[in-house]
Design a protein around this ligand. Sequence first.
Ligand SMILES: Nc1nc2c([nH]c(=O)n2[C@H]2C[C@H](O)[C@@H](COP(=O)(O)OP(=O)(O)OP(=O)(O)O)O2)c(=O)[nH]1
Length: 132
Amino acid sequence: MKKTVQVVAAVIENEHNEILCALRSQHMSLPNLWEFPGGKVKEGENLFIALERELYEEMSCRIQAQEVFHENVHEYDTFIIQLIVIKAKLVQGVPQKSEHAQLLWLQRENLPSLHWAPADIPAVQALIDELA
Ligand SMILES: Nc1nc2c([nH]c(=O)n2[C@H]2C[C@H](O)[C@@H](COP(=O)(O)OP(=O)(O)OP(=O)(O)O)O2)c(=O)[nH]1
């Protein structure tokens, strides 16, 4: 049976209404696909705390998780992901690239131009729908 992992991912918007996107490197699972920064929730961990921890560990910045924006379950070949996308604001520092191949701030209407991890596509669509 495939394992289900719970993953939190952040929608962080800057003062130019751009959203932070991160390109998974060729050394990561799901290589060369774009995602919202975040990671796996630890056993018993609060979702907002998990997201704030992941951003600090991965990008050396402090964020404040604000609200769950979108949630969906996607089945990959080797695991099932419950992806919880959370709106967050940057409260200290600037996101720094470490494991990712690239970081990009993109206007939401341009988000579909990236090649997203399949699990993220419904959340990307929900962000586009917010424009309407
Ligand atoms: N952080 C993040 N992960 C995502 C997103 N969409 C998506 O399918 N994922 C997948 C990629 C990874 O398999 C998993 C998150 O794990 P992680 O960020 O802790 O990454 P990891 O490289 O340590 O994970 P892994 O290699 O052990 O699978 O969820 C997303 O928007 N953000």
